[in-house]
Design a protein around this ligand. Structure first.
Ligand code: SF4
Length: 247
């Protein structure tokens, strides 16, 4: 049986309200563009996110590289299955998109943008759909070697940024009630579905996300702020050999 852990969050923020609150996406892409996946590493260590965003060279540990290749293979297999399913469905009309209670299936790797001036965060959502309940479900597939009892903080930050990006990018294009996120852990070798964590985007997620964005941007812009570093993480960090922030 697949274990599920639900994180209810009150008050939830509606899709449209969130979309209206966020700044309108710029017509011209700003110079300060950050990948959501890179920013999300803030959950592991704020300076890992800095290294990724600044494109410093990591000293890859072979194990990390192997894990990345295995994860990519599983994602590719999921992409193929999803494309086959989508090919059988009729194309959504404008009317269907605006009817929140009509289910919708989005293509995998759906692009989303989150504008937090002057930074534009860009990401590709693994999997998303709108269900009969009127909610958008954002699913992030992760591969692991072991059963997870709690999602990693970087995985949580990533899905929260995807929820905000979904609203920022698409709130005019289609209607929905709330945003729900799911982190789906799969076995790294077989792709077998191990367990799920799910939650709703609400005020706590919003505060956590925007506080993290603020700290990340301060570090990125070289502001003099100090952030606590966990020395245990430095030991296994791929940037450890060239990181001046190391504890
Ligand atoms: S070496 Fe330590 S401080 Fe530097 S990025 Fe890695 S975990 Fe963060």
């Amino acid at each position: 049986m697949i274990e599920k852990l639900s994180m209810a969050e009150y008050p939830p923020i509606t899709f449209k309200k969130l979309g209206r609150t966020l700044p309108k996406l710029p017509k011209k892409k700003p110079k300060k563009r950050i990948r959501i996946g890179d920013f999300a590493q803030f959950g592991y260590c704020p300076y890992t996110a800095w290294h990724l965003a600044k494109r410093t060279t990591p000293i890859f540990v072979p194990k990390v590289k192997e894990a990345q290749i295995a994860g990519k293979n599983i994602h590719n297999q999921l992409d193929v299955k999803h494309e086959e399913k989508m090919a059988e469905l009729p194309k959504a009309t404008e009317k269907t998109m605006q009817d929140r209670y009509k289910p919708l299936m989005f293509p995998r790797n759906l692009p989303v943008y989150l504008y937090h001036k002057p930074f534009l965060y860009v990401g590709l959502i693994d999997n998303a759909c709108r269900e009969k309940d009127g909610d958008i479900h954002i699913i992030e597939d992760k591969t692991t070697k072991r059963i997870m009892y709690w999602p990693w903080k970087d995985n949580l930050l990533q899905v929260k940024a995807y929820c905000a990006g979904m609203a920022n990018t698409y709130w005019r294009k289609f209607d929905a009630r709330y945003l729900r996120w799911h982190i789906r852990y799969r076995d790294r070798s077989s792709g077998e579905h191990l367990n799920d964590f799910e939650g709703m985007y609400g005020s706590t997620s919003h505060e956590d996300l925007f506080e993290s964005l603020g700290v990340f941007e301060a570090i990125y812009q070289g502001e003099d702020i100090s952030v606590e570093v966990n020395p245990k993480r430095c030991v296994v960090c791929k940037y450890a050999n060239g990181c001046s922030f190391k504890a």
